[in-house]
Ligand binder design. Structure first.
Ligand code: CTP
Ligand code: CA
Length: 223
């Protein structure tokens, strides 16, 4: 019946999803992070699991409940996420990178709490590794989906990221009022390397995740 068909759709598929922010340590009480709540990535993991996939979720620090039946690996920093993703990557059929990975981390981390001093403080930052771009370079048969969070020119920047990182598809997310970061809602454009553009209008992240998984699954089957 229909219900069975729907749950079987991603049976035997191994899916890796990253979610949430990363935290880049300054000292024992401080870190740099961003507004990612992890909700979009967790909704994707749930949707993939509901379609019968074997799901691994690599998660930055979030305050969301673990998903029953999804293997979850907790990480803190961009470097820890990089290590975890590279370890799991090779055996996957599909990788979706919805995590908001820090682009920079403090060049030095202090073992002791930093004490305040007179005058301004300058913290030197260095670039983190781009996990998604590394996957684009090293991928064999995995279908690779990135996210792009943009506050301006979403489509142009998103398409540029798809090319630069050698992705199969990108989910473009315009940061704005009551959507994207923190919100339970979102509005996205799915754009695949063959030029197909599919807008998913304002909806809950659960609904968006379910539609994205259907789209990705169709694209993977076409290849
Ligand atoms: N990403 C990653 N590793 C990083 C930075 C980003 O894997 N060190 C991934 C994100 O998980 C996302 C995609 O790259 O899937 C795009 O992230 P985004 O921040 O939108 O793009 P950047 O390439 O970092 O460019 P910028 O922040 O300058 O717009
Ligand atoms: Ca970035």
């Amino acid at each position: 019946n229909d219900h069975e068909k729907k749950t079987e759709l991603m049976k035997d598929k191994k899916v890796l999803i990253t979610a949430g922010p990363t935290q880049e340590i300054i000292d024992p009480v401080r870190f740099f992070t961003n507004h990612s709540s992890g909700k979009m990535g967790y909704a994707l993991a749930q949707a993939a699991k509901d379609l019968g996939a074997d799901v691994t979720l690599i998660s930055g620090p979030v305050s969301l409940e673990k998903i029953a039946g999804v293997r979850t690996i907790d990480v803190q920093s961009a470097d820890e996420m990089y290590q975890a993703v590279m370890k799991e990557f090779h055996e996957q059929d599909l990788v979706i990178k919805s995590a908001a990975v820090a682009d920079y981390r403090p060049k030095q981390t202090s073992d002791q709490k930093m004490k305040k001093k007179e005058g301004d403080l300058v913290i030197e930052l260095e670039r983190t590794k781009d996990i998604l771009a590394t996957l684009g370079e090293e991928k064999s048969n995995q279908y690779l989906v990135g996210f792009a969070a943009e506050s301006e020119n979403p489509l142009a920047y998103g398409q540029e990221k798809l090319k630069r990182k050698q992705l199969d598809a990108i989910v473009i997310n315009e940061i704005g009022f009551q959507k994207g970061f923190q919100s339970d809602h979102n509005e996205v454009v799915f754009y695949s390397k063959d030029g197909e553009e599919h807008r998913i209008p304002y909806a809950t992240k659960k609904e968006i995740a379910e539609e994205l998984m259907q789209l990705v699954n169709r694209k993977m089957t076409e290849e």
